[in-house]
Write a protein that binds this ligand. Structure first.
Ligand code: 07D
Length: 272
């Protein structure tokens, strides 16, 4: 344990301790906090990995690069499918969703222990929203689990390509374009921030002066520095914007828009 870690390792602030006054999961393994939701998340993850391994063994393709656990066929609609007919996919999707949600709730309990804001679980929940939209919400809206993406490296990429072309030209989906813009912008500002921090690391024994070295660099270079807190607030909102656009891009495809080429054939009178 590092010298300051003891300060943060306080029991309590968890759901179970709030409800019953005690929490048997309120402990650490090494430097990792476990907690009720950590145990649920790990349990669902191990079970999910076991189902994946079992499903792969039945497919009989030992090549992990191309092995794919496919979504149920269209004939099953929103019903349950047999294990080899898409039931494996359904089981894995349920277990993965439980694992992701429990992990977000574990983050909430850690935030409560550290008496900090909920920014981390909020941000992670937006990442989970992409998974939920793709695998649960859009299939429900389209009336078929077959709409979810297949699980596997090549399988999910094939799904993206097929789904993109099914709506003619996915580049013409404006939410997709705004999402792409957000991913690129987020990567760029993260790269700018990371390189500025690493570039000024150890330039001054005083961390406050080190921070002003970063500010000075950007003011010298582009005439403006968003500041230490500002860059993190920008990253937070950029990532949320990006994920909302990505959610909208796939949520609208097939539900309200069937053809993104045709979508642009509207006419705004004052535009021409
Ligand atoms: C999904 C991650 C959540 C992570 C979680 C936790 C695990 C895995 C394992 C369960 C959102 C961790 C998870 C550990 C668990 C198991 C077994 C984050 C997620 C919860 N596109 N496109 C996007 C670009 C084209 C198409 C998004 C670029 C073509 C479709 C993003 C290009 C066509 C869909 C994006 C490009 C096309 C997308 C994806 C360039 C194909 C979507 C990122 C330069 C012909 C998808 C919500 C994302 C989407 C999506 C970028 C091209 C089709 C904006 C840069 C033109 C059908 N594309 N695309 O959202 O919006 O991450 O998903 O060409 O469905 Mg696209």
């Amino acid at each position: 344990m590092l010298s300051f870690e003891g300060v943060y390792r306080k029991r309590g602030g968890t759901l179970l301790s709030g409800l019953f006054g005690s929490d048997p999961f309120d402990f650490w393994v090494g430097r990792f906090y476990v907690g009720l939701f950590g145990a649920i998340s790990l349990g669902a993850t191990f079970l999910g990995i076991a189902v994946i391994a079992f499903a792969i063994s039945r497919i009989g393709d030992g090549d992990l690069a191309r092995v794919t656990i496919t979504a149920p066929l269209r004939e099953y609609g929103l019903g349950f499918a047999g294990f080899d007919q898409g039931g494996a996919w359904q089981t894995i999707v349920i277990l993965a969703t439980v694992a992701f949600a429990a992990w977000a709730l574990r983050e909430v309990e850690i935030c409560r222990k550290l008496e900090m804001g909920y920014h981390v679980p909020i941000m992670f929940s937006f990442a989970i929203s992409a998974w939920l939209v793709l695998q649960v919400i859009r299939p429900l809206l389209m009336g078929c689990w077959c709409e979810g993406f297949d699980l596997g490296f090549t399988g999910h990429l094939t799904w993206v390509s097929n789904t993109g072309f099914r709506y003619q030209n996915f580049y013409l989906n404006p939410f997709h374009a705004f999402g792409v813009l957000g991913f690129f912008l987020t990567a760029m500002v993260l790269g700018m921030h990371g390189s500025a921090i690493l570039g000024t690391y150890n330039t001054d024994p005083d961390p406050v002066k080190e921070t002003s070295n970063v500010d000075n660099f950007w003011r010298d270079y582009i005439g403006y520095s968003i500041g230490e807190l500002g860059i993190h607030v920008l990253g937070f909102w950029l990532a949320i914007y990006t994920l909302i656009m990505s959610d909208l891009c796939i949520l609208t495809s097939g539900t309200v828009v069937k053809d993104w080429v045709d979508f642009w054939h509207f006419s705004i009178p004052w535009f021409h």
